[in-house]
Design a protein around this ligand. Structure first.
Ligand code: GUN
Length: 289
């Protein structure tokens, strides 16, 4: 039976350190770091995420500016808001909650954010910097995963990491971060052949596919570390009830094999917000020069 990696407890520790850093920043500069979060439309999951981000920002001692825009917001209106936030000295970080409604061009919106305020690390400048090993804003979810992995292993050099998923938000930056820690990295995806065998060769297995419990126990090498990025809601057992939240990994089976594994909920999820706060403080420091 494996060790459960407690992302919730580690996220609290990171958030405490950020709060201390924020207090020191205020003392030194006389100003408060600020994070602006933009939500377009009424997506219920996004509303919950944005609410949690705002609360966590305030709890860390920072200013939170939440902009809730209607579903029919035009591209020009959204770009104008981003321009305004880019120029606002009280705003150190800007996060546009994704996904955006279908009529909006996500790439153009992310490209409009000043890269130095791009606390999500989604701008091509930050993605490029990460890939060539320069100082970058690192996307929060993979940043949280690498933090947990380094805590677990210390040194990742020479370990074989298999990342299942190739998204710009998680899979690709996760692979870059593992590579920068000298792991040997394989990126797998929906067209990968012999995925179970490949997964079973991993010392570190990261699942970021968005498919409930896809990774089975017999995909896990005995003694591996498993990081589950998925958050999927199963259909409810009865009408009116809420379905259970599960990850991309069949937890009970995988936990039989793994040395350590993140649960869902309480694993990677809480780390994402913690790293967002850390990125915002880093952005504030960089702006002070
Ligand atoms: N939607 C799901 N995850 C994220 C994230 O990390 N950042 C943003 N902006 N939107 C998301």
């Amino acid at each position: 039976m494996s060790a459960r990696i407690d992302g919730k407890a580690e996220a609290l520790r990171v958030r405490e350190r950020v709060a201390e850093g924020v207090a020191a920043f205020k003392e030194k500069t006389g100003r408060t770091p600020g994070l602006a979060v933009v939500l377009v439309g009424e997506d219920p999951a996004s509303q919950v995420y944005v609410g949690s981000k705002g609360k966590a920002t305030v709890a860390a001692g920072m200013e939170s500016f939440t902009h809730r825009l209607p579903d029919d917001t035009s591209q020009a209106e959204l770009l104008a808001l981003i321009d305004q936030l880019n120029g606002d000295p009280a705003v150190d970080g800007i996060l546009v909650q994704l996904p955006l409604p279908g009529h909006l061009d996500e790439d153009e919106v992310i490209g409009e954010i000043d890269p130095s305020k791009d606390v999500d690390g989604f701008h091509v400048i930050n993605a490029g910097r990460l890939s060539v090993g320069q100082d970058a804003m690192v996307p929060c979810t993979p940043y949280g995963c690498i933090h947990l992995l380094k805590q677990q292993h210390g040194d990742l050099s020479g370990l074989h990491a298999v990342v299942i998923g190739r998204s710009n938000i998680v899979g690709k930056p996760m692979a870059q971060l593992l590579l920068s820690e000298n792991a040997t990295v394989t990126i797998a995806h929906s067209r990968t052949k012999n995925l179970p065998e490949l997964a079973k060769s991993a010392d570190i297995l990261v699942a970021a596919v968005g498919r409930a419990e896809m990774v089975k126990g017999d995909w896990v090498k005995p003694g591996a570390t498993v990081i589950d990025v998925g958050i999927n809601r199963l259909p409810p057992a009865e009408e009116g009830a809420k379905g259970k939240l599960v990850g991309d990994v069949a937890y009970e089976e995988a936990a039989e094999k793994a040395a350590a594994i993140t649960p869902v909920p309480g694993g990677v999820g809480p780390m994402t917000i913690a790293m967002l706060l850390r990125n915002t403080l880093v952005a504030a420091h960089r702006r002070e020069g």
